[in-house]
Design a protein. Structure first.
Length: 159
């Protein structure tokens, strides 16, 4: 339910995770629950950086930039004290590096949830004006990790 995609019949059926992630952020106004969960999704799941970039490009440059920004949020949280549940630094860094090599964005993107200045440096670098803080993204990851652990615990008890 945390990764519900509006108007999608079945978002993950026959689609690679890289495509689903790109489609989620391609919307002009993605659901904040989804946006704030994506750093955890990128951190905890196996996906291929080249495929994520390709699907991001197909979904549009806005989607690609948003994915890279969200990946960098996960890395920034990890550097500040560890990302809840861990992450694969090299995969995220490889993806960010390949996206950032391209021309840097000149237009601003607020994902339909603008934030009043001053903006964090990470937001400025990607020219994203989204109304959430690193702490909001970290808290969302902690809540999702807790749900994941509870779900795993219930599965063990029923066997």
């Amino acid at each position: 339910m945390d990764l519900w995609v509006r108007d999608a019949a079945v978002p993950g059926t026959c689609r690679r995770p890289e495509e689903v992630a790109a489609l989620v952020v391609a919307s002009p106004d993605p659901d904040p629950r989804i946006v704030e969960a994506l750093p955890a999704v990128l951190a905890w799941n196996e996906w291929h950086p080249v495929l994520l970039e390709a699907h991001g490009r197909v979904a549009g440059t806005r989607a690609l930039r948003r994915l890279a920004w969200l990946a960098e949020i996960a890395l920034t949280i990890d550097r500040a004290g560890g990302f809840p549940g861990g992450l694969d630094r090299s995969r995220l860094a490889s993806f960010i590096e390949s996206v950032f090599r391209d021309k840097r964005p000149t237009d601003w993107d607020d994902l339909s949830r603008p934030q009043a200045p001053p903006l964090p440096p990470l937001w400025k670098r990607w020219r994203i004006n989204y109304g959430a803080t690193l702490a909001d993204f970290e808290e969302r990851a902690r809540r999702l990790l807790s749900l994941r652990e509870q779900s795993a615990g219930r599965g063990k008890m029923t066997r």
